[in-house]
Ligand binder design. Structure first.
Ligand code: ZN
Length: 240
């Protein structure tokens, strides 16, 4: 769905040989910026699905707004996920987050294994993906499990370590199409926001439970590679 936004400007007469004065233009900037992100991703030949295209339900009313984003956090969907169709995973994650009393899906964007980008929480609203760091932060989730077998150190991990020892690999490789889509999305976000930091969820100080694992050792390798490529900085020091 394309939202309309209003632009207002006053006409001015230009006489030959005179420079034009800049005209202040009033724009519904945030809606326009959301559109610009979507257009930019699509212009890079990456599929972008808006909320209406993957069957998102409405978030709670009166959610907190946010803007002037400077940080991006990368997540994996979690240890119970794998490369299944993205729309269904987005629906499942949204349902899970709403049942945990979140106002909506916590991430701003999801990317499936085929490299399709999904709009999560509207970019005009504050996300809910990194404990104590949600202000000024954009959350992106890769829709699979990117841990190595031993991560978590619990019964799930023990089972995977056992399977690995029997020759059944339970470690995913991030598909190239998904990495390309992530790079395109980061490019699009950098084109409209002054992004300074890019980190894996667990790199942000003070995380708890699965947040200490996310986005997994495989996901963290990608974070370090992309940081080198994009010149972005690791997460900032703890906030007071
Ligand atoms: Zn996470």
């Amino acid at each position: 769905m394309t939202n309309l936004f209003a632009t207002q400007a006053t006409a001015q007469e230009i006489k030959p040989g005179e420079f034009m004065c800049p005209i202040p233009i009033t724009v519904n900037d945030r809606a326009a910026t959301r559109e610009a992100i979507i257009k930019k991703v699509r212009s890079l030949n990456t599929t972008f699905l808006e909320r209406s295209s993957w069957g998102a339900v409405k978030g709670k009313p009166d959610m907190v707004m946010d803007w002037d984003y400077t940080m991006i956090a990368l997540h994996h969907a979690g240890r119970s996920h794998s490369c299944t169709p993205g729309a269904e995973q987005m629906q499942e994650i949204q349902k899970g987050h709403l049942s945990q009393k979140y106002d909506d899906i916590g991430y701003h964007f999801g990317i499936d294994c085929t490299g399709q980008v999904y709009e999560g929480r509207d970019i005009r609203l504050q996300g809910s993906s990194v404990l104590k760091f949600n202000t000024g932060l954009i959350g992106i989730v890769l829709l699979e499990n990117l841990t190595t077998p031993e991560e978590g150190g619990d019964w799930v991990a023990k089972g995977r370590v056992a399977l690995d020892s029997l020759g059944y690999s339970t470690t995913n490789v991030i598909p190239a199409a998904q990495i390309t889509a992530l790079m395109h999305l980061i490019d699009a976000l950098k084109s409209v926001f002054v992004i300074k930091h890019f980190g894996g969820h667990r790199e942000y100080p003070g995380q708890a439970s699965e947040g200490k694992i996310c986005p997994g050792n495989i996901g963290m390798e990608l974070v370090r590679n992309l940081r080198a490529k994009t010149q972005l900085l690791p997460p900032p020091a703890p906030q007071e």
